[in-house]
Unconditional design. Structure first.
Length: 101
């Protein structure tokens, strides 16, 4: 029964992407605070940078899920979670490399 469930087939990708998103929210907060402090200690600036980073990562999560999830069959491991996390931050490069011609 589980073999026919499409979500069950995507369980490794969903779990990896979920954990990568959690890690990326923390990274975005740290990076937003750091970059915001570089350009003046303004709460509004830090929040704007954090929000922009979150939108960037969420768009990346959607793109990666659509492009990669159906091919992800390996079990979840710390290395796989790190790979998903890194992929969330460099997703435009991954998209550019996948175009034919």
């Amino acid at each position: 029964m589980l073999e026919n469930d499409p979500l069950w087939k995507l369980r490794h990708a969903l779990a990896g992407l979920g954990l990568a998103l959690i890690a990326s929210v923390v990274l975005a907060a740290l990076l937003g605070a750091f970059v915001g402090d570089l350009f003046g200690d303004s709460y509004h600036r830090r929040v704007a940078i954090y929000a922009a980073l979150l939108v960037y990562v969420l768009v990346g999560a959607g793109v990666l899920f659509v492009k990669v999830a159906q091919h992800e069959k390996r079990p979840l491991s710390p290395g796989r979670v790190l790979l998903w996390t890194a992929s969330l931050w460099v997703w435009p490069i991954l998209l550019k490399g996948r175009r034919p011609g």
